[in-house]
Design a protein around this ligand. Sequence first.
Ligand code: CP
Length: 336
Amino acid sequence: MNTILRGKHFITTQAWEKSELETVLELSKDLKKKFVMNELTDHYLRAKTIFMIFFEQSTRTRNSLEAGITQLGGHAHDLTPDKIQISHGEVAKDTALVLSRYGHGIAIRNCFYGTGNYYLQEVSKHASIPVISMQDDIYHPLQGIADLMTMREKFGDNLQGLKVTVSWAYAESHAKPLSVPQTQALLFSRYGMDLTFAFPEEFPLMPEIMEQAQQNARANGGSIRTTQDMDEAFQGAQVVIPKNWGGFLGVENPDSEEGKREMQANLEKYKDWICDGKRFSLADKQAIYMHALPADRGKEVTDEVIDGENSVVYDEAENRLHTSKAIMALTMGGRP
Ligand code: CP
């Protein structure tokens, strides 16, 4: 058990040893038990402050971190760029150096395609306190670790050989970041799972991330394959994770008006990429349905599946609380 994690940034799970991730999972389990038993844990981060900076909306991440640090005895500042001087152009370095003098952790969500992760890296370079990613354009490590905890609760600690399908799905709410499926590729491959990624050709994931995931799979006895056939990807899967992501890599310039129109036109072609009861029945009889939420009901998934007995989406969302608490307790508190 690797317990010396104080001060460590949590921007990608790739930067954490497996022994460190095990520590997070063990502590998450313990904190979950204590939460259920109404046992106080308010000495873990007593009088400590985390600054949460949200460039985008959030339900789970915002509330799991804020409730979580309260339960650990600390306090969260819920910030957006317009509440601080970011919207007037204050650079990441200055924000990092100043907040480091006031508190004990900085958490950031910045999913702007092409710049989000860069912003987090800039803050982490200058901060003398841990920087925790609340999601960027490449990674969503808090989601990945909660997903892993949920899978272990359902299938046991040894996930070697578990057949997991991560599939693109149609949605209309917004072009969702690539960070959830990419984090799942990077993290699940370290646990030897047999992963299938399904997506239309215009909706690829970052090739360099998928190459790292392939290396993880090779090193850990798992596998990764890709397909453009959602039905085929579902066949025999023990876990299905159908979710939308944007077609940023499928067009020349996703930020331009023409690029946005092209992405929209690509999206319209794949309305039938939905997880409905018929498609879900292709998976293993005991298969579970997962989704990071928010889900586009009626677009990504039918009510029948997301509200069905095989859906674990609320357990998955609940585990965001316990895992976020573990990450904060270990990086902001813990042994020096
Ligand atoms: N899954 C997730 O990160 O949810 P929010 O966007 O609501 O935080």
